[in-house]
Design a protein around this ligand. Structure first.
Ligand code: DP6
Length: 324
């Protein structure tokens, strides 16, 4: 017998970052985090459970995968098989519509879409909370790509209690993430290995200690649509995470010279009156958050900075959904 389903999930950008796990196996994070889904930047994944297969397979952006990418998907399918009481192997066909080689993190969208499609194809309708917790097992930030809009991932203390939920709908605030793409090169150290080194930085304890308070400040900024407050806490949280990365052993330096040039320009433009702030994930590209009315001028200014190769923009996005 074969059963199949297709799901689509958006990528997300964290305003309060997830960096480091208390439990690597379960992906229980060291701190709670908060993010915005990125409308239009999605992974679309079809899962076909098939009794006749002897192994799982993965086709990503039309290319059959082996090695690490397939192993990670197959490990996640094991978790889904256990939950859904399925013995079959699966064929997974996925593509994302991010600009090719733009270096935008794809694991959040990918594992959120995979989790939803696998459950639906298995004939089981799971609550959003459980889908989020399951997506977390594939990639921590994928927990946040299940619910809609602006999302908080509760740290939790076990599998069930560590899940994400929406705190505001996409239309709550007309923010735009204008992403300055600086390098398309593959990261030397991905976030999976990065999380494991977080605790080797003396600064991680302090970052984790203040995370709940920063998250509350960020929630307040969201609730009242207070851009200056959002800018202050989002940049501070990103700077703290990168300070931890740079002081880990071995250290992780994700910035390139253009990264710093963009960060300085953003701070300058804010001082001149624009509503803009930056945040960076585990890579050199700079996510510039701004109000939609000011997005065109920010896109124009960013694209004139030498070393900025491409600009990609996204509004707040909705929840992961079944599309077939
Ligand atoms: C820097 O969710 O990509 O983007 O669980 O190993 O897949 P894995 O890690 P991942 O880590 C995201 C780290 C970050 C910050 C964030 O999105 O909160």
């Amino acid at each position: 017998m074969t059963t199949s389903a297709t799901a689509r999930a958006f990528a997300n950008i964290a305003f309060i970052k997830y960096w480091g796990n208390r439990d690597d196996e379960l992906r229980l994070p060291a701190n709670p985090s908060l993010s915005m889904n990125l409308d239009g930047l999605y992974a679309q994944t079809r899962v076909i459970w098939d009794d006749n297969l002897t192994d799982d397979s993965l086709i990503l952006n039309d290319e059959p995968q082996r090695g690490k990418a397939l192993e990670r998907v197959s490990r996640h399918l094991d978790i889904m098989r256990q939950r859904l009481c399925i013995q079959s192997r699966a064929q997974v066909i996925s593509h994302n519509n991010f600009p090719m080689g733009a270096g935008i993190a794809s694991s959040a969208a990918a594992f959120a879409a995979l989790t939803l499609a696998a459950a639906q194809a298995g004939g089981v309708s799971l609550e959003e909370r459980e889908l989020s917790a399951l997506a977390r097992r594939g990639s921590g930030s994928a927990a946040r790509s299940i619910p809609s809009g602006f999302v908080v991932w509760h740290q939790g203390h076990d599998h069930e209690s560590s899940y994400a939920e929406s705190v505001a709908a996409p239309d709550h605030w007309d923010l735009v993430d204008v992403i300055a793409i600086i390098s398309a090169a593959h990261k030397a150290t991905g976030s999976e290995d990065g999380h494991k080194t977080a605790a080797t930085s003396d600064l991680q304890v302090a970052r984790v200690h203040g995370a709940q308070s920063r998250l509350e400040t960020c929630l307040e900024a969201l609730r009242t649509r207070d851009f200056p407050l959002l800018a202050q806490v989002v940049e501070h949280d990103s700077n703290l995470m990168h300070a931890v990365m740079m002081t880990s052993r071995p250290p992780l330096f994700y910035w390139l010279p253009t990264t710093l040039a963009v960060m300085q320009a953003v701070r300058q433009w804010r001082a001149e009156g624009l509503n803009i702030c930056y945040t960076l994930d585990a890579g050199p590209n700079v996510h510039c958050l701004c109000l939609s009315a000011e997005a065109p001028i920010i896109q124009e200014r960013l694209s004139s900075i030498p070393g900025v190769r491409q600009i990609v923009s996204a509004k707040p996005g909705g929840a992961a959904k079944i599309i077939a």
